[in-house]
Design a binder for this molecule. Structure first.
Ligand SMILES: [Zn+2]
Length: 112
């Protein structure tokens, strides 16, 4: 399962960044065109986090809408799929948003 591997990567990266402190919250940004299922990440997270610095941490996922810019008319427009045409009819588009998978932020437990 793709999302299980992604979740493991996220947990590993955040654990390393936390450098021994407990993580209380992780915020991810997932583009709607990334092909990554946010529900599946949520489903995997608690299990993958168990026994790590992220055990019991809250997971927040922000979905990013797809957007592209047209090379022909310069217009920026929302995209539901990777192959959406510009409203002017052009297929010459550049993706601006929607494919990201970012660890946006993490919150650490206050040092005792
Ligand atoms: Zn256009």
């Amino acid at each position: 399962m793709h999302e299980l591997a992604i979740t493991r990567n996220i947990v590993t990266l955040v654990s390393e960044a936390a450098a021994g402190r407990r993580v209380t919250r992780v915020t991810l940004e997932i583009g709607k065109l990334s092909g990554v299922m946010a529900e599946a990440i949520e489903f995997c997270f608690d299990v993958v986090a168990r026994g790590t610095a992220l055990d019991g941490a809250a997971l927040e996922i922000r979905l990013i809408d797809g957007a592209a810019q047209c090379r022909d008319c310069g217009r920026e427009f929302p995209t539901e799929t990777l192959f959406t045409r510009c409203p002017c009819g052009s297929r010459q588009t550049v993706r601006l948003r929607g494919e990201e998978l970012n660890i946006k932020s993490m919150e650490l437990e206050e040092a005792a």
